[in-house]
Ligand binder design. Structure first.
Ligand code: FEO
Length: 333
């Protein structure tokens, strides 16, 4: 599009290497002395990654950069997704370059939301659940900040996925909803199993939830990716985690998932543990401790079953599902 030597300056909205990893070669091509505009935290982070070899210039909300026929403004957006993140706004055209915010993990031939249609929203939801969920309180404040700044972008250009031009307010409204972490009448049963006993428990719990007319997802960790499980959990009102006890601990896939889930800080959910065991049965205690650490509301002390669930054991699982379902009764789907 342009001879690199004619590029006069660079805007770095975010230091993370999926955004700035190409900076050294870019600066080599356009000239090492050209200014690189970034937030104050960006200045620190870029220096931390590349040393002091670039001409970094920190900007803030009061900076207006004249680039000829247009001017650029900036808005610090800390923790969306790193402390250094910022938005760049093309004032005359109402174009918002939003870095990680409003992105999707989507790579297709399309460049704009209207080319994909409503099918883009699940990608945006999955992106939020796996990238931005832990920062939901800050995202909620950011949405207010955007409104207060009078920003009403005609086009939002995230660094991931397609650009929002058909109705940019749609993704802003979705972020407002997701950041609130309002629970819905939905339960997700996430489990793994060694000799199928915990699977039988999971399926009986699902039957109990469905009996109470609750939208239910049942996910076995060895057959799905953890990012899909957290996407389902994000808007759910309840999550039930199941693991057999293996060598006095958790089944490895469940341990992995709990570690991932805890880091993403889901909130406002009922929770319970279940699982089978042969000798000692620590899995319930270990899962429950993790759910407590996540500040989820334990609805049951946990259900463990020795060896294989018999009819009575399956009934207990079914009743656990019903108990969770009844607790979700007052919540909208
Ligand atoms: Fe925070 Fe797209 O990296």
């Amino acid at each position: 599009l342009v001879d690199p030597k004619k590029i006069e300056y660079v805007i770095s909205n975010h230091t993370e290497m999926d955004h700035s990893g190409g900076l050294p070669i870019l600066m080599h091509l356009i000239g090492q002395d050209k200014p690189v505009y970034c937030s104050k935290m960006g200045y620190r982070n870029l220096t931390g990654h590349f040393g002091d070899k670039f001409n970094l210039q920190a900007v803030d909300k009061d900076t207006e950069l004249n680039i000829g026929s247009r001017t650029l403004s900036f808005l610090e957006t800390r923790m969306a997704h790193w402390p250094d993140s910022m938005f760049t706004i093309v004032n005359e055209d109402d174009i918002l370059f939003s870095s990680d915010a409003f992105g999707q993990h989507y790579a297709g031939w399309e460049r704009f939301d209207d080319q994909v249609g409503d099918a883009i929203m699940p990608h945006a939801l999955k992106y939020y659940a796996n990238i931005l969920l832990p920062y939901s309180p800050r995202i909620a404040k950011l949405i207010v900040q955007v409104a207060e700044a009078g920003l009403n972008p005609k086009i939002i250009c995230p660094d991931h996925g397609v650009l929002w031009r058909e109705n940019p307010s749609k993704i802003i409204e979705a972020y407002s909803r997701w950041a609130a972490q309002k629970p819905s009448k939905k339960a997700v049963v996430v489990y793994d199993t060694m000799w199928e006993s915990t699977r039988k428990m999971a399926e009986a719990i699902v039957d109990g939830l469905i009996e109470e007319n609750v939208e239910t997802q049942c996910m076995r960790l060895r057959t799905i990716h953890r990012s899909d499980a957290i996407t389902e959990i994000m808007e759910a009102g309840a999550v039930l985690i199941g693991s057999p006890t293996l060598n006095n601990g958790l089944f490895p896939t469940v341990s992995d998932f709990l570690c991932y889930m805890k880091g993403l800080r889901p909130r406002n959910k009922l929770a319970a543990a279940f699982g089978s065991y042969g000798w000692t049965g620590e899995s319930i205690k270990l899962i429950t401790a993790e759910l407590e650490a996540m500040k989820l509301e334990l609805i049951d002390p946990g259900l463990s079953i020795h060896w294989v669930p018999d009819d009575n054991g399956l009934k207990k699982c079914f009743e656990l599902g019903r108990k969770v379902g009844r607790a979700l009764a007052g919540i909208e789907r």
